[in-house]
Every structure is written in structure tokens, then in C-alpha cells.
Design a protein around this ligand. Structure first.
Ligand code: AMP
Length: 468
């Protein structure tokens, strides 16, 4: 498959430091949504952009709001409203990565489920950018903790989901407290009724940006397999053994099916975890941390639970069940092959799902490629093991642990072997605990080293997490 030539960031009105930082991050060319929206956004126009997770939309608005920001002025100059805490956390992380080029830019996340007090303190220390959910932002405004008088950029991210969740009134209340003279950038995967209402009430002659679905999905290989009721779940295991993707997101239409698939895969020795509604936030955080840091091979999820999930390297998507809604199918498949990387989308369909496959073909104007289950190799390749293992440290932001502290404890000479940076993966600090990924063969020893040593001058409890 040929990769279309993509424009670079160099032609944009961005500082040299920003351009260098983008190169360091490996953002060499713009994604289609970035190429379409950044020139307009940097001019200061309001935008309505049709984009989904994985398209690079966060950088599209983040670069625009960072370009207008004055780091020496301690006032909230930009705000991003998001539907969920997870998305807000992802957006905050991406903004921080992109903001590395400039002086100390402070980004504060304001979401529910977390004590107001800490958030208030962060605001008092001076925030340039606020990322939050509408309810919690409203709360801070009502209590007078948050002042938006100097806001110049407002972003509504995943606006369709915010409307789905009934946030229209909250958004309206918040917008009434920000200056009229501002830039508003709205991003949405779909355009339900309410989007137009938001645009007419709160936006100023917005420019519409839409990138063709094909552009986003150009590098995704889709294959279909015919299965029966009985063979469906075993075929999932066969596919994993055959293609051996490091990270796979497997979609099921129901929570019940997720549970069946996960218990089957786990019994077969796969490192698989389930993600569905009703998981407690803490369980959900643990599952996501393990999947994102590559210590869980397969995440089996329902559509609702997986919305907003941002996993940058996803080698494969498996549709364990075909979605009856072709738009949902396209969103699922679009999770792999992000930002131009090659991706694999495998779909299992039984005879009674052929109607849904037909709808998908029509919707995508593609004819589906069918492969035979018999052609999936059964050769004994050994179990599919994820490259990393997660260690959970019982201590997090509350204990003021930072990723550097954990890295220091692992790479330091005290307590035996000093590990090298490349044996250590993602380090994620959450409110109460920290997840650190290490390469599989050092997991037990690294856990012992952390248990024996100190982090921030204190002893910590650490355990190896098993994604199986
Ligand atoms: P998003 O759609 O904002 O959730 O972004 C999807 C992923 O693509 C994120 O992990 C980004 O770090 C990554 N990304 C965004 N823009 C680029 C780019 N121009 N080149 C490479 N990766 C990118």
C-alpha cells in the first residue's frame, strides 16, 4: 500500500522550539486533520472539526492554543472541556508533551471523582491551561476558585459525547462566563443535532473541517473470517497465535461476551483483560495502565467502555462480534493504524451477521476481503507473551511520587543491579498508586529492588501485576 505524501509542520506559523519539539516527539508529518485544521486555527478562526480519537486531533487544537499562550502571564488563557476524566487526563498529557518547548506552562486538570481542595490549590499556584469536565469546571466557577476572564481559547473536545452525556446546559453555563472575544474550537466524531445548536449559540462564523474517512484509515488492512457460534471464541485465540500482535483491542457487542472471551483467552494462557462499564474507576485504571504500557496483550472491550481510549500503538483490532452499526465498525477499526502506522483489523462474522457486513461494505465503499480460518497457522509458536510486566507501587500523587523518582530508584546503584533506561517502560502516577512497566525478564528482581529500596526517602510496597 502506498503512503500518501503528508505535509510537514515546517510551513506553519510555529516557533522554532515547537518545531524542534515536534521532531523529537516523532511527529514528522501532519495527520490529515492537523493539515486541514492547523492553518485555520493558527489564524484565529473558530473551527468545527470532524475528527475521532486517533486522528491526531489533540495536537491539532493543542498546538493552536499553545501558539497564542503567554507563559509569563499567570492567567487561565485556554480551556479544554472533555466528556470524561480519562479523556481529560490524556489531553493534559498531550498538551504537556507539546508544551515542553516553551517555558514552564502549567496545565491543571479539573475532573470529578477527585478532591476539590487539591485542584483549588493547583489553580491558586497559577494555571495557564485548564482541562476538565463541564460539571467540575462549573463547580470551581461557582465557588470562585476559577477565573476565566482572560480566556482566549476554548476547546470543546468530543462534543458529541458531551452532548450524549447531557452536558449541554453545563457547557452553556460555563461558556456564559468566558469572554465573548475568544477563539472556539469544537471537535466531534459525529454531528448530532446539538452540535449545530452549540455552533449557532456560541461560535463565531466557524470554519468546517472534515477529513475523509479513507484518509485516516489508509494504512489499515481489514480481513474478515467466517465463523460459527461455537468456533467464534476459539478463532480469536487462533488469530492471536497466527498474527501475534503485541497489543490487540478486541470488541464485543455485550459485556457478557467480553467476560466469555477473556476467561477463554486467560485459560489458554493469554494475558487478556476485560474493559466494560460497571468496573470501578480503580479497576479501570489498572486495566488501562497495563494495556497502555504493553504488559497486557489483549483488551476485550465493549464499545461504550472503550470510547476515548488513547492507545498509540495498537497493532490489531479484532471484532469478535460485528457491530450492527457501520459507523461503530469504522470507529473500532480506526483505533489501529493511528497517525499513519500500519494496522490490522480482523472481523469475525457468522451467517446471521452477513447483513451487517453488507452495510459496512456500503458505508465504507469497500468490498470485504475474506480469509479462511483453516489458513490461520496452528504451529506451536509458544504462548504470546506481552513484552512488559507492570509493577504496582502503593503510593502515587498523594505521596508526591513522580516518574523520575521511580526511574531513579530502578536505575540507581543501591540494592543490587542498576537497570538501564531501556529496560523500563511507561511510568504512570495516579492518585494513590504508581504503575511502572519493566521488561519481562527483570520483573521479579526489579520488584524486589524497589521493595528493598526507598522512593522519596520512604519505603514503599510494590507488587507484580499479572494480566491474566
Ligand atoms: P489523538 O487523536 O489526539 O488521540 O492522537 C492519537 C495519537 O497520535 C497520539 O498518541 C498522538 O501522540 C499521536 N500523534 C498525534 N499527531 C501526530 C503526528 N503528527 N505524528 C505522529 N503521531 C502523532
Amino acid at each position: 500500500m502506498t503512503t500518501p505524501l503528508q505535509p510537514t509542520f515546517d510551513g506553519l506559523d510555529l516557533s522554532m522550539a515547537t518545531l524542534d519539539n515536534l521532531k523529537q516527539l516523532g511527529y514528522l508529518t501532519m495527520t490529515p486533520i492537523q493539515a486541514a485544521s492547523l492553518p485555520e486555527a493558527l489564524k484565529g478562526s473558530d473551527l468545527i472539526a470532524k475528527a475521532q480519537t486517533g486522528s491526531g486531533k489533540t495536537a491539532a487544537f493543542a498546538l493552536a492554543l499553545l501558539a497564542r499562550l503567554n507563559p509569563r502571564w499567570f492567567a487561565v488563557q485556554a480551556m479544554v472541556l472533555c466528556p470524561t476524566r480519562e479523556l481529560a487526563d490524556q489531553v493534559t498529557t498531550e498538551i504537556r508533551r507539546l508544551a515542553r518547548a516553551a517555558d514552564n506552562i502549567k496545565v491543571v486538570t479539573l475532573c470529578g471523582g477527585i478532591a476539590l481542595r487539591g485542584q483549588r490549590a493547583s489553580l491558586e499556584h497559577g494555571a495557564h491551561i485548564v482541562v476538565g469536565t463541564p460539571g467540575r469546571v462549573m463547580d470551581h466557577l461557582a465557588r470562585g476558585y476559577l477565573n476565566l476572564d482572560n480566556l482566549n481559547t476554548l476547546v470543546l473536545d468530543e462534543a458529541d459525547r458531551m452532548l450524549d452525556m447531557g452536558f449541554f446546559e453545563d457547557i452553556a453555563t460555563v461558556i456564559k462566563q468566558v469572554p465573548k472575544e475568544r477563539q472556539t474550537l469544537l471537535f466531534s466524531a459525529t454531528y448530532p443535532e446539538g452540535i449545530n445548536k452549540l455552533a449557532t449559540q456560541f461560535m463565531n462564523s466557524p470554519v468546517s473541517i472534515e477529513v475523509k474517512q479513507q484518509d485516516v484509515q489508509g494504512s489499515i488492512e481489514q480481513r474478515f473470517y467466517e465463523v460459527t457460534r461455537e468456533s467464534r471464541i476459539p478463532v480469536v485465540a487462533q488469530m492471536l497465535n497466527h498474527y501475534r500482535p503485541v497489543s490487540t483491542l478486541a470488541f464485543c457487542n455485550t459485556k457478557q461476551q467480553c467476560k466469555h472471551v477473556v476467561s477463554y483467552l486467560q485459560a489458554q494462557g493469554f494475558h487478556a483483560l476485560a474493559l466494560y462499564g460497571e468496573l470501578e474507576q480503580r479497576e479501570r485504571d489498572q486495566v488501562l495502565a497495563q494495556f497502555a504500557n504493553r504488559s497486557c496483550s489483549v483488551l476485550v472491550a465493549t464499545d461504550v467502555a472503550s470510547r476515548g481510549l488513547d492507545i498509540s500503538q495498537l497493532e490489531a483490532v479484532i471484532n469478535v462480534d460485528i457491530s450492527p452499526d457501520p459507523e461503530v465498525h469504522v470507529h473500532r477499526v480506526g483505533r489501529t493504524g493511528r497517525a499513519g502506522e500500519a494496522g490490522l483489523a480482523l472481523s469475525l462474522a457468522s451467517m446471521n451477521e452477513m447483513g451487517s457486513v453488507g452495510k459496512i461494505e456500503q458505508y465504507q465503499s469497500l468490498s470485504s476481503v475474506w480469509d479462511k480460518v483453516e489458513d490461520l497457522s496452528t504451529a506451536g509458536n509458544g504462548p504470546l507473551l506481552p513484552p512488559m510486566v507492570t509493577l504496582q507501587i502503593l503510593g502515587g500523587r498523594k505521596e508526591k511520587i513522580r516518574p523520575g523518582d521511580v526511574l531513579g530508584a530502578l536505575t540507581g546503584a543501591e540494592g543490587g543491579v542498576a537497570y538501564s533506561r531501556d529496560q523500563i517502560g511507561k511510568i504512570q502516577v495516579t492518585e494513590f498508586c504508581t504503575f511502572v512497566a519493566v521488561v519481562r525478564d527483570i520483573a521479579t528482581a526489579a520488584c524486589a529492588k524497589l521493595n528493598a529500596g526507598k522512593i522519596k526517602g520512604k519505603n514503599v510496597k510494590v507488587r507484580v501485576m499479572q494480566a491474566e
